[in-house]
Ligand binder design. Structure first.
Ligand code: OAD
Length: 252
């Protein structure tokens, strides 16, 4: 017996627009730690000390060093079978939007064409003062010299292009995510604990707009009780099986 329902396959095979919300769990099988699992980042590090602008201004080297470490992990990682299956699904569904809370670039590298980054992208850096993009090498060189990384143009501090606690999400990403959510015939929530807003509200919005909403996660989440279907298991197993079932249903 498959882990997912025939209804889900029917709805995916008939869908014109699918929206997928992803979280840290989809990248876990690429070796990138999640946030709230027992070995997750927020278990070992205090977000108040690292992931907000006050912490950064107090100790830029510490925060730059932490993000450099996480960026290097991302650069060494490869997309896994889950990321690739979502990219492959584009061959079988007219339009797929990936709304990701992840700051890694693994959906892009797997070949997904529409990736909406709600929390930024850790591989990008910019100057806090003049907002010019900054090279990762500038950050790496400064950290190696034990000094805060500064903009070569204006000497402002360089920060990662990620959303910190207390900061607004990029308005254009929210707008695109809202549009994808509203249009979705099927909405998948993959590898997210669905407790951080506004991301966690998208599955509910999709359902209110008539989408069939399913989650893929080994554990229960903040939305489990409010959606159509929960598929329990790792994304790297479930998503390829889902892709194959949709392809088979469509005779492709
Ligand atoms: P969490 O760490 O909160 O949740 C990770 C989820 O992935 C959990 O529900 C796990 O059960 C699930 N999971 C673990 N392994 C999995 C696998 N192989 N396949 C599928 N699911 C798996 O991460 P997020 O929900 O992404 O924000 O966290 C949301 C936001 O909280 C992050 O973007 C970050 C953090 O604070 C910012 O930094 C702004």
């Amino acid at each position: 017996m498959s882990a997912f329902s025939n209804t889900l396959i029917d709805r995916l095979a008939a869908a014109e627009h699918v929206a997928v919300l992803t979280g840290a769990g989809i990248s876990a099988e690429s070796g990138i730690p999640t946030f709230r699992d027992p070995d997750g980042l927020w278990e070992k590090f205090d977000p108040q000390e690292l992931a907000n602008v006050e912490a950064f201004l107090d100790n830029p080297e510490l925060v730059q060093g932490w993000y450099q470490h996480r960026r290097q992990l991302v650069e060494e990682a490869e997309p896994n079978a889950g990321h690739r299956a979502l990219a492959d699904l584009e061959a079988h569904v007219e339009e797929i939007s990936i709304i990701t809370q992840n700051v890694d670039d693994l959906h892009n590298r797997a070949g997904s064409r529409t990736v909406i980054e709600l929390h930024g992208n850790i591989t990008h850096n910019y100057c806090m003062d003049c907002e010019r993009p900054a090279e990762a090498e500038t950050v790496d060189a400064a950290i190696q010299n034990g000094t805060p990384a500064r903009c070569p143009e204006c000497d402002g501090l360089i920060r990662p292009d990620v959303v910190w606690f207390g900061e607004m999400l990029p308005p254009n990403a929210i707008e695109q995510a809202d549009a994808a959510t509203t249009q979705a015939d099927v909405f998948l929530s993959v590898g997210t604990s669905a407790v951080v807003y506004p991301a966690a509200q998208f599955p509910m919005e999709a359902r209110a707009n008539g989408a069939y909403v399913a989650e893929i996660n080994p554990d229960t989440t903040g939305i489990t009780d409010e959606i159509n279907e929960s598929i329990r298991g790792p994304a790297g197993d479930i998503l390829p099986a889902l892709r194959d079932a949709v392809a088979e249903r469509k005779g492709q």
